[in-house]
Write a protein that binds this ligand. Sequence first.
Ligand code: GLN
Length: 500
Amino acid sequence: MSLLLEAERYVANQSSHLALNAFITPLPRRSSRWQDQVKHADLRRAQGKQKSRLDGRLIAFKDNICTRDLPTTCASKTLETFTSPFNATVVQQLEDAGAIVAGKTNLDEFGMGSHSIHSRFGPVKSAHCGRDSDNLSAGGSSGGSAVAVATDQCYAALGTDTGGSVRLPAAYTGIVGFKPSYGLLSRWGVVAYANSLDTVGIMAKETSTVRDVFGILNQYDSRDPTSHPPSSRSRISHRLKSTPLRIGVPLEYNISELAPSVRRSWYRSLEYMRQQGHTIQLVSLPMTKSALSAYYILAPAEASSNLAKYDGVRYGTRFEGRDGDGDNKSEGYLYAKTRGEGFGSEVKRRIMLGAFSLSAQAIDNYFIQAQRIRRLVRHDFDAVFRAENPLTAHALDIEHQAREVGVDVLICPTAPSPPPRISELTNANATKSSLDAYVSDVFTVPASLAGLPAISVPVSGRENVYSHDDEDLAGIQIIGQYGDDDLVLNVGELLQGNGL
Ligand code: GLN
């Protein structure tokens, strides 16, 4: 199929799937701009001069990633009219490789949420429906990118993953979502939510496509202070891996609340790996239980300071009021009005939580403790992996001992249960609260706190692959040691490519 035909099909799907609300800014159907770009790529392909494997492919971007040609709203009222004067590095890298921006996708405001329902532009809807034909949650916060990929509105998509926002939507919509090791992909031009956790992630139907995109984005960027320079990149990659692999199964993820369909998919994945000659080994990550609470202290704390700049003076839509910042009750003041009207309720909740845990009376019991837990979570992982963490190479003795029996990757579910129905989340008498939404991140935040690479791939829980319906699909997560991104992709490909 020509690239033009493929692109036209994606853009046509964008129009026919408007009701799913995956895009905030879709591609204009009859624009000569993208059509010309794709035609040029077709020409290059015919002459064997393709710029890359992504030349002429349509890639969608979550709307918190800056694009020069399209607005960047973060699904927030405060940025409704904002268009960036520059491309984020990741956008530029893909454009240089010949890819074309397929539009900007819907998300939870500033990336805060797990179901893509906290958007100024309304909730994203998964194409899958529950029993009473209610749409299911697409997961969040990169739900728009996930649905765009799942329903063929683009070739691949970028999202961001701070605590699971690429992996959870991938699991809920039956696609592949990859969060690379922290510090490999540039964050320059990506609107910050919680800098120490924010990672650009890649979503596609096939793991091989994810690998192609990763190959282009995995470069040092001097404009991102947390991007690894070439010297440390050479240290963290090219570690030899022996096969067969040792697969770790973290005991703490086997919680009683695990949905039966999720448990079946998990068992099938492990059974498959065992049949392939790999060894399965139980491991313990004792801090798993505390990771979620630590995340929901650290992420809002960073968010509260990041979002301070949207005050109507420096950034953000200005809602006019009197001078001065006033106090909590002074609604007539510029700051209070701007922030009161510019942000949605979930963002306000996070700002308040964050400001509280950083306050003088709370910091010792909240922020400092959460930082401690974060260190212990990282230590948990270092203790079970065979490879040592290249960032903390001065390994302790105890870790050395563990290494002799250590594992190469961990395999566990991405989420404890299948996607809830949107009506359960948004109705006036909604049965699910914010806290329930936080709980869906329980299996994704540990890898985020430790900065580790993790991928979610769809696996059916049914033996007979021809009989499975949507309800049998679950996201299975593969977590690797820091820098083992290629290994994580390989195992993802193995699981996904075998009719599981
Ligand atoms: N659901 C998590 C949160 O709301 C993760 C979000 C994300 O990874 N951007 O913070």
